[in-house]
Design a protein around this ligand. Sequence first.
Ligand SMILES: O=C(O)CCC(=O)C(=O)O
Length: 217
Amino acid sequence: MDDLFAPVRPRTVLAEGAIWLPGFVPSEAQTLHQVIADVSARAPFRHFRTRMGPMSAAMTSCGACGWIADPSGYRYSRTDPQTSQPWPAMPDALRHLAVRAAAEAGYEGFDPSSCLINRYGPGAKMGLHQDRDEGRPEAPVVSVSLGVPARFSFGGSLRSDPKRIIDLLDGDVVVWGGPSRFAWHGVSSIRETFHQQTGAMRYNLTFRAINAALFRP
Ligand SMILES: O=C(O)CCC(=O)C(=O)O
């Protein structure tokens, strides 16, 4: 039975072009966990090493391009540098979810070519950043949260712009595009807590359309 006293979390416009859809995916959650396991069996989670050291979130990708980082910087690649193989194809369950969420937020015809899968353990975080390497500024970013909660900061196109701080729960989706496409955003350190399906972990799926011609191999 639903918890009658659970706070109502209405869909919320975070800024022009950016919308938070609380609890958008609960019925698909089981399938998504299986899909994450299948993708990571072929393209294992890893902590990319940047100039500042290893990233605290472990990552993998599926789709035509995957996001990668190394001491020379950040970019997309058509192959997984760890296996030298193309990234696993994006499973239909993921693609359909992203297309449906984008449409719900007003972005019809979203065609994601990359899904970055982040895995955060307790204490892992993601610093404030913009997504600006995709070469497809007209396409939104679709971000799906699974597992334990995360505190998400969402600002404007300047780093110094004021931020909205929201708690993302299992099944929440945030979509940003249009005037918010280059909004600064980040995730605070994940608190040690428990989720029935993911234990202490949080997973985030970030779907983006990429201009693959800009990236090789
Ligand atoms: O984990 C999140 O909610 C955000 C992830 C993110 O910003 C990214 O992967 O670029």
